[in-house]
Design a binder for this molecule. Structure first.
Ligand code: NAD
Length: 284
């Protein structure tokens, strides 16, 4: 078994991003909007700022008050969309209850969509044309690339069909000609999760339930990517029973330290990609 750690890959991709920033000759700018006070959002902001600045990306932080109305946030987003100095925009979660994240995030220009979640960018994945990708799905693809596995025709099972991970990831895997099975709550409730897990040559789990996947179900030699983050008695664990799974897997991501360190780097890569597209007017 080999441990598939995110940090060394993140370091390599950071180097690539730095080079691209140098080539741009203009410092890319990421605008980050936070609405109200939230310790969770503040932790993300701190780590995003650190990553951005280490890569030569300017991080501009905008804080709106807790009682901000949707229309005020829409106006702020539109202002940043129109500001030519801004290349990427991220709206921090969580938002106060009067604000609908999905509705708001659709106002972010698809050309400045740092998280790769705008319907236009999502739609481009279907056509194999996406340059700006949802960060976690992109992080999983980078981890798989690191293993050197040829996905062509492989049995790949994705557990979880969320908009941010499972759905876009399954399309990216199809693009690589993997045979993709997507499992979700319906699969479990029908009592059929186990039969899919057992045949997976590549297993990606993004559910958010500690030890949902028993280690003894993992196929010998499988590549296991655990996206899940669960806090159990003050400890962070994934969705896969690591100790047993590690006995069978050829590669397995640790939690924490697998997908996580790459996700924020993918955000930065999107900002640089967006800047490159904007400067070369290739935005459509
Ligand atoms: P979500 O809640 O949006 O989706 C959960 C998915 O799991 C759904 O498709 C649901 O049908 C499925 N599911 C729920 N119970 C199931 C069961 N018993 N059997 C099979 N499928 C089941 O979650 P999300 O936003 O995609 O996040 C999933 C996990 O990944 C969470 O733990 C989250 O914290 C983590 N996450 C990590 C990163 C990272 O950077 N490491 C990024 C995003 C999400």
């Amino acid at each position: 078994m080999r441990l598939l750690e995110g940090k060394p890959i993140a370091l390599r991709i950071k180097e690539e991003i730095r080079k691209r920033v140098e080539e741009l000759r203009v410092r890319p700018v990421l605008a980050s909007i936070q609405v109200g006070d939230n310790p969770g959002a503040e932790t993300y902001v701190k780590s995003q700022r650190k990553s951005a600045e280490s890569l030569g990306i300017e991080y501009r932080f905008y804080k709106l008050s807790q009682d901000t109305k949707e229309q005020e946030l829409i106006d702020a987003i539109k202002g940043l969309n129109e500001d030519k100095a801004i290349n990427g925009i991220i709206l921090q979660m969580p938002l106060p209850e009067q604000i609908d994240y999905k509705k708001m995030s659709n106002f972010i220009s698809p050309h400045k969509d740092a998280e790769g979640m705008h319907p236009l960018n999502m739609g481009k994945i279907v056509f194999g044309k996406a340059k700006i990708l949802p960060c976690t799905a992109a992080a999983v693809m980078e981890l798989l690339r690191e293993t050197g596995i040829d996905l062509y025709g492989k049995e790949v099972v994705v557990v979880g069909h969320s908009e941010i991970v499972g759905k876009p990831l399954s399309l990216l895997l199809l693009e690589r000609f993997a045979t993709v099975t997507v499992c979700h709550i319906g699969t479990s409730q029908a009592g059929r999760l186990q039969e899919h897990i057992e045949k997976a040559e590549v297993l990606v789990v993004a559910v958010g339930k500690a030890c949902l996947i028993k280690g003894n179900l993992i196929k010998q030699g499988a590549v296991v990517i655990d996206v899940g983050i669960n806090r159990i008695n003050g400890k962070i664990v994934g969705d896969v029973e690591f100790s047993e799974a590690a006995k069978r897997a050829s590669w397995i991501t640790p939690v924490p330290g697998g997908v996580g360190p790459l996700t924020v780097i993918m955000l930065m890569r999107n900002v640089v990609e967006a800047a490159a597209l904007q400067y070369s007017n290739l935005i459509l």
